[in-house]
Structures are given as C-alpha cells and as structure tokens.
Design a protein around this ligand. Structure first.
Ligand SMILES: Nc1ncnc2c1ncn2[C@@H]1O[C@H](COP(=O)(O)OP(=O)(O)O)[C@@H](O)[C@H]1O
Ligand SMILES: [Mg+2]
Length: 452
C-alpha cells in the first residue's frame, strides 16, 4: 500500500475509534440520565398512589380507581400494586398478581428499590399506615425515553459516518500534499542512469527529511560519478601499460625476422624483449595485487599480524635480494605487552604494501641503504621507511598515491605508478594511514601509522 494511503487510513482509524468511544460514553450517560429520570417519575407515582389510597380511608376502592384513572396522568403501560403484610394485592387487584413474593419481600427489607426487566422499569416503596404496612410497586415502560435514546444513537452514528469520510478525505489530501516532494524526487531519480551520473535531484528547501534524502542521494551520485571516472581512467591507463610492452615486443620480433641476423643482433633483440617482458610482468603483478586488495574490501578476513615479526622477515628478504646491511632495521621502542604489536590484517597484503614502499626506496636511490624504523607503544605502531634517493618534488607529494601517477623525475626508472596506489589502499583497508615527507635530491621518508 502507498504511504499516503497508509497514513490517511491510520489517521482515520485512530480518530474514528476515539470518536466512537466518546459517542458510546455520551449514549451511556444519557441513557442513565433518562432511566433515573423515569425512576423518579415512577417513585412519584407510587407515593401519590399511596397517599391517595391509604389516606382516603372512607372512599371506596372502586371510586378511587375511577378518580385515579381519570385525573392522574398514567405512565405508558403503567402497573401499580399494593401488597399487604401477607403479600396479597389490595386496593387494586385483578387476576394478575404481577410481582412474586420474593420481590415484595425484598422491597420490604430494603424499604425502597429500583430495578428493570427488559424495557420495563419498576420502583418499589414501603409505606407505614394506620391501616397496616404496605409495599407499593409501580412499573411502566419509558417509550418516549427509549425513542429519544434511539434517535440519539442514529444521529450520532450518521455523524460518525460523515466525520469519518471527511477525515479520510482530508487526511489523504494532507498526506498527498506532504509527500508530493517525494514523488518529484522519485521521478527525478528514475532519470538517473550510468550514462548520466552528472544529473542531480532537486534538494528543495534543505530543511526537511525529504531534502536530506535528496541531498544524500546527490552525494551518492557524486561519489559514483567520481568512482566511474576513476575507473575509466584506470582502465585506459592499465590497457596502455599492458599494450605498450607487447606492441614493442611484437615490433622488435617482426623487424628481427625480416632478414637473417647475426648472433649479437639476436642477443640484443632478446635483451630488449626481456626488458619489455619484465615491465609487463611487473604491471600484471601490480594489477593482480590490486584485484587481491579489492577482493579483500568486499570479503575482509583479518588475522592478527605481529609487525616486528613481519619486519624481520622483510629484512631477510631484502638482505638476500640487495645485500648485507643494505636494509637497516632500527627498533626505536617496543611496548611491554607483545599483544600491542599485533595489527588485525592480512599478512600477505601487508607484506605487499611494505614491499612496495621498500622497493621504491631502493629503486629511487639506486640501491643506497634504506632505513626502517619501528616505533610501537601502547597506542601507536609506526613504521618509517627512509631512503637517500632522488626525492619527490614538493608539488607531487599529494599525487604519488594516485593510480598510474609517476613523478616527473623518474623517467629513467622502471615502473608503472600502481605501487603506492595499491599500498595506500591496503593500509587504509587495515585502518592505518600513510604519509610522505621528501627533500628532492636528498631522500624520502614514508610513514605508516596504525592507531590502536
Ligand atoms: N622512495 C621514493 N623516492 C622518490 N620518489 C618516489 C619514492 N616512492 C615513490 N616515489 C614517487 O611516487 C611515484 C609512484 O610510486 P609507485 O606507485 O610505486 O610507482 P612506480 O614505482 O611504479 O613508479 C613514483 O613514480 C615516484 O615518482
Ligand atoms: Mg613502485
């Protein structure tokens, strides 16, 4: 069901129930007023009858009946009876006893009584007189009162129906009016497709929830648009990086196959092909690593990695690869609790990230010494990798984490500009942060920080 229908239905249902309760309360009150009014009329009738019959000792019963019937207005279906000590009807009698002894005894016991059976209401009183003690019962049906009550119920029901319809119509109108901006936003949202992510929906007055919704939707669009744009440039760059070495390999092979060559020439071509193949391999490795990181973003599976362990492992690897004492590990501080050296991460990815940084340090310093400082206390784990290489120009410090970005001063160095992009992604995935400090011509400092 649409929200506007649901809103108006809820509102109407609640109001109708409240109204119904009020109307029922009104009917009950009025009914009891009418009834008690009629009881007091009956009570009067019983007293008048008692005075008439019991005080007028000398007049015969027949003539009294006559007077009573003629001059005293009777109530509808009225029955009045006198009962003496033996519960026998006196003064007014017919074949009908009307009330059983139990009722008469009760009136005698309680001195006065009111009760009703169906529509018939009855009042009983006890009356002392010089002729004896009597129980007088007067009863009648309040046709007029019942009819008034009936009319009231009918009128109120009709009113309830009209008010309910009016409430439903009004609340639907209000709901429609209130939700109109949502309809507008929805129809604008429908226009948005991958092809036109630059579209934005109307944000309205900026104060209500609908504006907030529209604002957040626009923010999402902005993110998506940026992400798509990034992806597009990434794909273009990646295919360029893959195609260039392949094209050059094919070209070199074709040229060398043109005619018979000397062994030296073949060797040269093979060497050139090897360089291109290595470049290709590096790009493919980077792209695979990137895919690996991206997969971890969607299905993270973190295990605690002891950072000191990992650094000693890297030390072994780089020592074997570059030479003894080329990778210098400096432990600046360790926490008392070895658990504080654990980082929830994926060991393989963390290794890739740190190796990218160390690899750059060796590469851009032409294998000068690289220092790795480890600082860990109760709150922080900080790994700094410092080299004495060519450095990064100040205006490029921000850009080195972008995909395929390579500094202006690295033309002669092998690479594709994906390394730091992947590294940054990995460190961010493990809730760490990375920063660069560099003096061109002197060296570069890359700091990776994990806050516990
Ligand atoms: N240690 C470093 N010294 C100097 N420049 C660096 C260093 N590390 C990164 N850079 C700069 O950042 C760029 C991006 O690094 P990276 O993504 O690893 O790409 P690549 O190593 O393939 O060039 C490098 O091309 C270089 O300009
Ligand atoms: Mg690199």
């Amino acid at each position: 069901m649409k929200i506007k229908n649901r809103l108006s239905l809820y509102f109407t249902a609640i109001s109708t129930v409240v109204l119904l309760i009020v109307e029922i309360a009104i009917c009950i009150t009025i009914n009891s007023i009418i009834k008690s009014d009629f009881y007091s009329k009956l009570s009067d009738r019983a007293s008048v009858a008692a005075q008439l019959y019991l005080e007028a000792d000398e007049i015969s019963a027949d003539s009294l009946n006559h007077v009573r019937g003629r001059y005293l207005q009777r109530l509808p279906d009225e029955v009045v009876r006198f009962y003496d000590d033996k519960n026998a009807a006196s003064f007014i009698t017919d074949k009908n006893q009307y009330w059983p002894s139990s009722v008469i005894n009760q009136v005698r016991k309680f001195r006065s009584m009111e009760f009703s059976e169906g529509a018939r209401q009855t009042v009983g009183i006890y009356y002392n007189d010089n002729q004896g003690n009597f129980v007088i019962l007067a009863s009648a049906i309040d046709h007029a009162g019942n009819k008034r009550l009936n009319d009231l119920v009918k009128a109120l029901s009709f009113l309830l129906l009209i008010v309910t319809i009016a409430l439903f119509t009004a609340s639907r109108w209000f709901a429609q009016k209130t939700l109109e901006p949502i309809d507008k936003v929805i129809s604008q949202m429908r226009q948005v497709r991958v092809g036109n992510l630059s579209l934005r929906v109307d944000e309205g007055n900026g104060k209500d929830e609908i504006s907030a919704l529209a604002y957040n939707f626009n923010q999402l669009l902005e993110h998506l648009e940026n992400a798509f744009e990034l992806q597009e440039t990434f794909v273009i760059n990646a295919s360029h990086e893959l195609r260039t070495p392949i094209t050059s390999i094919i070209g070199e092979i074709e040229i060398s196959l043109n005619k018979q060559r000397t062994t030296t020439e073949y060797e040269q071509v093979l060497l050139s092909i090897l360089t291109d193949a290595e470049r290709l391999k590096e790009t493919i490795t980077s792209l695979l690593e990137l895919a690996h990181v991206d997969m971890n973003y969607t299905h993270p599976a973190f295990k605690p990695v002891a950072i000191d362990d990992l650094i000693w492992e890297l030390n072994d690897y780089w020592t074997a690869r570059i030479g003894k004492s080329m990778f210098v590990v400096n432990v600046l501080k360790l926490p008392e609790d070895p658990d504080k050296l654990l980082i929830p991460a994926n060991r393989q990815l963390l290794t890739i990230a740190l190796n990218n940084i160390i690899g750059n340090a060796f590469k851009f310093s032409e294998n000068k010494k690289v220092r790795c400082d480890l600082y860990a206390d109760e709150n922080y784990i900080i790994v700094t990798i410092a080299d004495m290489g060519i450095g990064i120009p100040a205006d490029e410090l921000e850009k080195v984490f972008e995909s395929f970005y390579r500094g202006a001063n690295v033309k002669g160095y092998l690479g594709n500009g994906i390394g730091l992009y992947v590294t940054n992604k990995i460190i961010t995935l493990f809730n760490g942060s990375i920063s660069v400090n560099s003096i061109p011509g002197q060296g570069t400092n890359i700091k990776v920080t994990f806050v516990r």
